[in-house]
Design a protein. Structure first.
Length: 148
């Protein structure tokens, strides 16, 4: 997904508003693949862009959608407590984001995660690291802290 010339910040930030809009269009919830496909359609993402893969062989666009979901969930706009379903919270249903407010949201979540010690350097996570890498890191960190 090529970054528009008039935007700044991580690429996935530009997916925040389309994700919220798409979920509203879907009745406030949807399955990840359905949401991703509708966002691609909404943004007229070319097939060549949808076919691009990251270093793990996964769809780069779907990876960016997953990052957008991660940030929106951490800001309380999307509930992901039901496996395989993304649901707008009341705050998510009411929120309308322009690019500047999406950047502010992104920075707020980064600070929150850094302050919580969840990630020591959030900027190292993207765009070079895939969502699968993050899940793998999370699993390793959880298993490191288990006490038997």
């Amino acid at each position: 997904m090529a970054k528009p010339k008039d935007s700044s910040g991580p690429e996935f930030v530009r997916l925040f508003a389309p994700m919220l809009d798409t979920l509203r269009d879907l009745g406030n919830s949807g399955r990840p693949k359905e949401v991703s496909a509708k966002i691609a359609e909404r943004l007229n993402v070319p097939a060549t862009e949808l076919d691009r893969v990251n270093k793990n062989g996964l769809s780069r666009f779907d990876n960016q959608v997953a990052w957008a979901r991660f940030y929106l969930a951490h800001d309380g706009l999307i509930d992901t407590s039901r496996r395989g379903v993304w649901t707008l919270t009341e705050a998510g249903r009411q929120t309308r984001l322009d690019h500047q407010s999406a950047l502010i949201l992104s920075q707020r979540v980064q600070r929150k995660l850094k302050d919580a010690g969840t990630v020591t350097d959030i900027t190292s996570l993207h765009p070079r690291v895939s969502w699968g890498d993050v899940q793998s890191r999370r699993s390793r960190n959880i298993s490191r802290h288990k006490h038997f």
